[in-house]
Write a protein that binds this ligand. Structure first.
Ligand code: CUA
Length: 356
C-alpha cells in the first residue's frame, strides 16, 4: 500500500471513530425523551426502599456489602503486594526458597477472624429476619390474600368483601398510626414470587402452602413489581402494580369495589354475549350469573389501568384485541381467543366498558 493511501485510510478511520461519538450522543438524546415518556412498566429503583421491611433489607445489604468490600480490599492488597514484592527476578537463586510449615499464630488468626465475621453476618441477618417475620400486627392492619395464577394475580380482601386482580390497592401507613397490609400468599398452579422491590423482598407463592409478608408503605403512589419466579411462558409479563392510597382514597376505593356491577340496559346485547360464550366459565362479574374463578374478576374492570397483568394499557383497542387474540399481546397466555364476529365483539367491549 502506498504511504499516501495509508494516510488517507487512517484519516478516514479517524473520521469514522470521531463520527461514532456524535452518533452515540444522538442516539442518547433521541432515547431520553422516550425514557422520560414513562414506559408502561418502568423499572423501579431497588435502591430507594419506601416501606419498613424493604428498608431493613436495604440496611442489611449495605452492611454485608461493606464487610465483604473490606475483605475484598484487604485480600487484594495483600495479593498484589505478594505478587509484586516476591515476583521472580533474574538474580534469584535457582533452587526453591525455604519452605515454612505451621505458624500457630497465623493459623489461629485466619481461623478466628473469618469465624467472627460469619457470626456477625449471621446475627445481623437473624435480627432482620426476626424484625420482619415476627413484626407485631397492629389492630388496623389490612388483610389481603394474594393468589398467583399463570399469569396474573388475584387479590382478595376477606374482611372487606372485595376481589380484584393485578392491581393491588393498599393504604399508606403512617408510622405514628401504622396501617400495614398483611398478605397471605397462595398459588393456584405453580410457584410464583411476589416482588415489589421498594416495598419488601421477594416471597414465593407455592401450591399447598401459605406464605406471608407485610407492607407498610411510607409514600403514596404507584409501585411496580414483577413475578420473580419462573412460572411458564408468560412469566415475564406477570407484572404487578401496587397503588398506595391515602386512607381516604383507600376507603373510597374499597367502597366502590364493594358495589356489584353496574347494570346498564343500553349494553344488554354485550352482556348476553358474555353470558352465552365461554367468558363466564372463567370470569366473575358480581351481580350477574358469571362466577368463574380461573381468570380475573371483571366486576370493576374499568377501574384498572392495565390489562393482562400489566401487559397492555386498558384501552378499548387493547381490550378488543385481548378478547379476539390474546396471543397478540401475551403469547402463551391461558386466555382462549374468542373469535367473535365484529358485531358481537363490539357489543361485548361496549358491555365491559360499563364495568366501572
Ligand atoms: Cu408467575 Cu413467574
Amino acid at each position: 500500500m502506498e504511504a499516501s493511501q495509508r494516510i488517507v485510510n487512517r484519516r478516514h478511520l479517524a473520521g469514522r471513530s470521531i463520527g461514532v461519538l456524535p452518533a452515540f450522543l444522538g442516539t442518547l438524546l433521541f432515547a431520553l425523551p422516550c425514557l422520560a415518556q414513562a414506559p408502561l412498566h418502568p423499572v423501579p429503583n431497588i435502591f430507594k426502599p419506601l416501606s419498613t421491611p424493604a428498608d431493613e433489607i436495604d440496611h442489611l445489604s449495605k452492611f454485608v456489602l461493606m464487610i465483604t468490600g473490606i475483605i475484598f480490599v484487604v485480600v487484594f492488597t495483600l495479593l498484589v503486594y505478594a505478587i509484586v514484592k516476591f515476583r521472580a527476578r533474574a538474580t534469584d537463586p535457582a533452587q526453591e526458597p525455604p519452605q515454612v510449615y505451621g505458624s500457630s499464630q497465623i493459623e489461629l488468626a485466619w481461623t478466628v477472624i473469618p469465624a467472627l465475621i460469619v457470626v456477625i453476618l449471621f446475627l445481623a441477618s437473624a435480627r432482620v429476619i426476626h424484625a420482619i417475620q415476627d413484626a407485631k400486627r397492629p389492630p388496623d392492619a389490612v388483610d389481603v390474600t394474594a393468589i398467583g395464577h399463570q399469569f396474573w394475580w388475584e387479590f382478595r380482601y376477606p374482611n372487606l368483601g372485595v376481589v380484584t386482580a393485578n392491581e393491588l390497592h393498599i393504604p399508606l401507613s403512617d408510622p405514628a398510626h401504622p396501617t400495614p397490609t398483611f398478605l397471605k400468599l397462595l398459588s393456584a398452579d405453580t410457584d410464583h414470587s411476589f416482588w415489589v422491590p421498594q416495598l419488601n423482598g421477594k416471597t414465593e407463592l407455592i401450591p399447598n402452602r401459605v406464605n406471608e409478608m407485610w407492607l407498610d408503605p411510607h409514600q403514596a403512589g404507584l409501585f411496580l413489581g414483577q413475578c420473580a419466579e419462573y412460572c411458564g411462558t408468560q412469566h415475564a409479563k406477570m407484572l404487578l402494580r401496587v397503588y398506595v392510597d391515602t386512607p381516604e382514597a383507600f376507603s373510597r376505593w374499597i367502597l366502590s369495589q364493594q358495589h356489584p356491577a353496574i347494570q346498564d340496559e343500553s349494553v344488554v346485547a354485550g352482556r348476553r354475549v358474555f353470558e352465552t360464550t365461554a367468558c363466564m366459565n372463567c370470569h366473575a362479574i358480581v351481580g350477574t350469573p358469571a362466577n368463574g374463578r380461573f381468570g380475573p374478576d371483571l366486576t370493576h374492570l374499568m377501574g384498572r389501568a392495565t390489562l393482562a397483568s400489566g401487559a397492555a394499557l386498558n384501552t378499548r383497542e387493547n381490550l378488543r384485541l385481548w378478547i379476539q387474540d390474546p396471543d397478540a399481546i401475551k403469547p402463551g397466555s391461558l386466555m382462549p381467543a374468542m373469535k367473535l364476529s365484529d358485531a358481537d365483539l363490539d357489543a361485548l367491549v361496549n358491555y365491559l366498558e360499563t364495568l366501572h
